[in-house]
Design a binder for this molecule. Structure first.
Ligand code: HEM
Length: 339
């Protein structure tokens, strides 16, 4: 067993972990390991919003740009439709070279989110954070299928010690060794012509928490879809509709799309006021407690026949590591709803 924090990022703690040194988790989990030369990554969410049929061409143009010079090392796509009938298609892109991202966005920002209203009537957004390697963590239940930022890693840890207790997420983030990551400030919006820029706050937190049930069959699949997923959906609806009161600025419950088709993978992604607010929801709110309880029952029932895969990535970023911009989107979109 090893620490989730790699040796080259380990420093003497001034902030204690929530576990004793002999903590032994009851089930295994791994984290992704990145080449030491990676110092900072970029996580960018490009959103397209519409009602009815998707606008022609918009995604093709974005895909061409993402596949071109200075494009991301990995990208994926996901979608959701909200109760008001808005469909959001998100293209998520990851860079491990912030300078390449800067060149890329300088070249392509206007074509994605130009100052003019898109002729197709769609909404567009860009939500970007660039955490240093001190400011994010990952967690995986299996090591055969990396997702998200882990696609840029060059390997896996062994089984890690800092998980299976509340507070594990904080203890896996290298910065938590010396910094309580409390954050400061309030989100503010400012108009730039028809675009709206949002400046969230110091200590903004992002979680992408994924589920992959594509390898489940029979009772395994039924139990995930009938017992676990309804609890997950209730938690995602709660965060979307009522999350702001507990520090969740915005939540999306997304289905992954591969080759243009929805697949048996989903993830929740949410913007939080602080890591602290996210931790409190996970540890004590009835919705995540119910998700957690359903998952434990699923694991106890299925034992070695459980084929659900879970992962997440959590980041906490400084104010100058954030960029949020919206064009022609409804008022509840992403960080717009927090202002
Ligand atoms: C089917 C879906 C989900 C299941 C089965 C699930 C289950 C779990 C489990 C078992 C843990 C403990 C992991 C460990 O430390 O080993 C955990 C932690 C956590 N979950 Fe979930 N979860 C799900 C979805 C979500 C979603 C969508 C979010 C947020 C959007 C979320 C937020 C968290 C957070 C923040 C922690 C870390 C808590 C801490 O370490 O203090 N989970 N979850």
């Amino acid at each position: 067993m090893e620490s989730a924090i790699p040796g080259h990022l380990t420093v003497e703690r001034t902030q204690p972990r929530r576990i004793p040194d002999d903590h032994e988790p009851p089930f295994p989990a791994m984290v992704s390991r990145f080449p030491q030369k990676v110092r900072q990554v970029v996580m960018a969410y490009f959103g397209l919003q519409f009602t009815g049929d998707p606008p022609d061409g918009a995604l093709g143009e974005l895909d061409t740009a993402l596949a071109g010079e200075d494009g991301p090392a990995h990208r994926d796509r996901a979608q959701q439709t909200d109760p008001a009938g808005h469909t959001d298609i998100l293209s998520i892109a990851y860079w491990d070279d912030p300078e390449a991202f800067d060149r890329w966005i300088t070249r392509h920002r206007e074509s994605w989110i130009g100052a003019d209203q898109p002729a197709d009537g769609s909404g567009r957004w860009i939500e970007v954070i660039r955490p240093t390697v001190h400011e994010f963590e990952t967690l995986f239940t299996t090591e055969d299928r990396p997702e998200g930022i882990a696609m840029l890693a060059d390997g896996w840890s062994g089984e890690i010690q800092e998980h299976a207790y509340w507070g594990g997420v904080r203890d896996r983030i290298p910065l938590s060794q010396t910094d309580p990551m409390l954050g400061s400030g309030e989100p503010a919006a400012e108009a730039d012509g028809s675009r709206v820029r949002v400046r969230p706050r110091q200590g903004l937190c992002l979680i992408r928490s994924g589920q992959d049930w594509s390898d489940t069959v029979g009772a395994d699949r039924e139990m995930y879809l009938n017992e676990v997923e309804p609890e997950l959906r209730a938690g995602m609806d709660f965060l979307r509709d009522e999350g702001r009161a507990i520090g969740c600025y915005a939540n999306r419950y997304l289905t992954v799309v591969e080759d243009g088709r929805p697949v048996d993978k989903s993830f929740g992604m949410s913007w939080w006021r602080s890591l602290d607010a996210l931790e409190r929801w996970a540890e004590s709110h009835p919705t995540h407690v119910a998700i957690f309880g359903a998952a434990m029952e699923y694991l106890a029932n299925m034992g070695p026949d459980a084929h659900l895969r879970l992962y997440h990535e959590v980041s906490v970023v400084d104010a100058d590591e954030q960029y949020f911009e919206y064009l022609n989107c409804h008022a509840g979109t992403g960080m717009l709803g927090a202002c």
